[in-house]
Ligand binder design. Structure first.
Ligand SMILES: N[C@@H](CCC(=O)N[C@@H](CS)C(=O)NCC(=O)O)C(=O)O
Length: 218
């Protein structure tokens, strides 16, 4: 059955892997599943056809036969569930822990990182920026410190690579431009291990190629 995802026609980061279709592509590549991509403009994302797939008018979405999904956590979970054992361990308890790491990535680690992106860019010209940025950076550091303590000298968060690592690495990648990740060498190495995976490389190259290509006029 054909799998179709949506992605930005033009990604705000110019295709550096920060748009969230990258994590879905990565999951599909890890699972060895072919997929098609439908590119959407910012305008089309807010129109009825796309809103029927994504109530918040965002990317990525995921279509597979009768199934339409939004939210990268749900999409990666679906891919992992349908296509074990590449993204989920076979053991039921280990799999439950991998799911806990997926939630931790999106629910505990990503929010302060997104807050940092907001204060630096969306609120970059606001008078509170200078005061707020160091506070948010410290909140990010608290989470990174805790995560580094748990990772220890392991390669991945809980045994072998799982969907939990896929989402955690994807979330941490957003920190690279800030320099904060380099304050935590074990986490920087963890992210680099994720990026070195052939499946990640393929997903990164695919979305970069879209952003490097000239826009179709019409
Ligand atoms: N929680 C959502 C977030 C989706 C999201 O923020 N997508 C961004 C691209 S990375 C987007 O579509 N931004 C454009 C907009 O919100 O108008 C998920 O994980 O799928």
């Amino acid at each position: 059955m054909t799998i179709t995802i949506t992605a930005f026609e033009r990604s705000p980061d110019g295709g550096k892997g920060l748009a969230r279709d990258t994590r879905v592509r990565w999951a599909l590549e890890e699972a060895g599943l072919p997929y098609e991509v439908r590119l959407v403009s910012f305008r089309a994302m807010k129109e009825a056809a796309h809103l029927a797939l994504h109530p918040f008018g965002q990317i990525p979405t995921y279509e597979e036969g009768e199934l339409a999904l939004f939210e990268t956590g749900a999409i990666v979970l679906h891919i992992a569930e349908r296509h074990q054992p590449r993204l989920f361990p076979a053991d039921a308890n280990a799999r439950a822990r991998a799911i806990a790491w997926m939630f931790a990535a999106l629910n505990t680690v990503e929010p302060p990182i997104l807050d940092l992106v907001t204060v630096k860019f969306a609120e970059g010209d606001r008078p509170w920026k200078a005061e707020r940025q160091p506070l948010v950076e410290d909140r990010v550091r608290i989470r990174l410190n805790q995560l580094a303590a748990r990772l220890g000298d392991g390669d991945w968060l809980d045994g072998g690579f799982s969907a939990g690592d896929l989402l955690m690495v994807s979330v941490l990648l957003r920190l690279r431009p800030s320099g904060l990740l380099n304050e935590f060498p074990s986490l920087a190495a963890y992210v680099a291990r994720g990026e070195a995976r052939p499946a990640y490389q393929r997903s990164f190259a695919a979305q970069l190629a879209i952003n490097a290509a000239p826009l179709a006029v019409g």
